[in-house]
Design a protein around this ligand. Structure first.
Ligand code: NDP
Length: 292
């Protein structure tokens, strides 16, 4: 069994980023990312902090906007407009989920698609579907594909079952896998969700299984084919009495039970998670290059 070490692959992506940043510096350019957080959800706050820190570590220009819970939609739209117009900012990310009174899709649509490093703007969703390389691919799905490539897992002709159909993970990863190329594409893809019948029967047919459902340890050994490759996107907080924090992070896959059957598998933490932030940096650099 091969352990797919996301942290190591992410470090390689970040080294590539560093080289590109140095090249851009020679041209007098410095990629800039603005991260916007509304409210004080602790998990979102932690994500925003780590994105800001990673930018600074790499030498990117990073701006963090932390707005109070009662920020209005108009105020948030005004900030997005200001960031759209700011030439020192190439990537804009509004941390999800915003408070309930804010229409998230209106915010996403307001971001200049050329600065939409999350890849959630309809223009970038269309570009992903059209396989237009100028678009921004959402970071987590892009991270999954890079992990497969790095582990030497060929997707050409493979049957991939994707568990989950969200716009953030399930759908875009399915599009990438079925894209007409041999770099993580050319797979035969089945997307499953909460209404899928006979799920275990289906997942047992997968050469590659991608789990992105947000259900702790949901995928058990009897749901996986011998020799399958398993990518676990799930990040779930479960109680862990007796530990310092009182909780621990587990994936959507019951790793201990499933790993012995696998050809390769990602751990949680240390699998897909570190890739997401590394690909965000890569998208910000791409935005800087494309904006010229
Ligand atoms: P969503 O809640 O948006 O989507 C979950 C999907 O899973 C839905 O399509 C849902 O089906 C499906 N689903 C839920 N329960 C079942 C079930 N019992 N059987 C089959 N399908 C089911 O989640 P996200 O896509 O945003 O995130 C998924 C997981 O990935 C979470 O744990 C999240 O924390 C993690 N994540 C990790 C990231 C990383 O950096 N590693 C980044 C983003 C997310 P339906 O559509 O029918 O409701």
């Amino acid at each position: 069994m091969q352990l797919i070490q996301g942290a190591k692959v992410a470090a390689t992506v970040l080294e590539e980023c560093q080289r590109e940043i140095a090249e851009l510096a020679k041209l007098g350019k410095k990629p800039g990312l603005a991260v916007v957080l509304v409210g004080d959800d602790p998990a979102s706050r932690a994500y925003v902090r780590s994105k800001d820190k990673k930018c600074k570590d790499l030498g990117l220009h990073s701006v963090k906007h932390e707005l109070p819970e009662n920020t209005t939609q108009e105020e948030l739209l005004a900030l997005v407009a200001q960031l759209n117009a700011d030439p020192s900012i190439h990537g804009i990310l509004v941390q999800s989920p915003p408070p309930r009174h804010i229409d998230e899709s209106a915010i996403v649509r307001a971001i200049d698609p050329r600065k939409d490093v999350d890849g959630f703007h309809p223009e970038n969703v269309a570009k992903l579907t059209l396989e237009d390389p100028t678009g921004f691919v959402p970071c987590t799905p892009a991270g999954c594909i890079r992990l497969l490539q790095d582990a030497g897992v060929a997707t050409d002709g493979a049957h991939v079952v994707v568990l989950g159909r969200s716009m953030i993970v399930g759908k875009p990863v399915a599009l990438l896998l079925m894209a007409k190329n041999s770099n993580g594409g050319n797979a035969t893809v089945t997307v499953a969700h909460s209404r899928t019948k006979n799920l275990a029967e289906l997942t047992r047919t997968a050469d590659i299984l991608i789990a992105a459902i947000g259900r702790p340890l949901f995928v058990k050994a009897d749901m996986v084919k011998e020799g399958a490759v398993v990518i676990d996107v799930g990040i779930n907080r479960v109680e862990a009495p007796g530990t310092e924090k009182g909780y621990k992070i587990v994936g959507d896959v019951d790793f201990d039970a499933v790993a012995p059957k696998c050809r390769a598998i990602t751990p949680v933490p240390g699998g897909v998670g570190p890739m997401t932030i590394a690909l965000l940096m890569a998208n910000t650099i791409k935005a800087c290059r494309q904006l010229g």
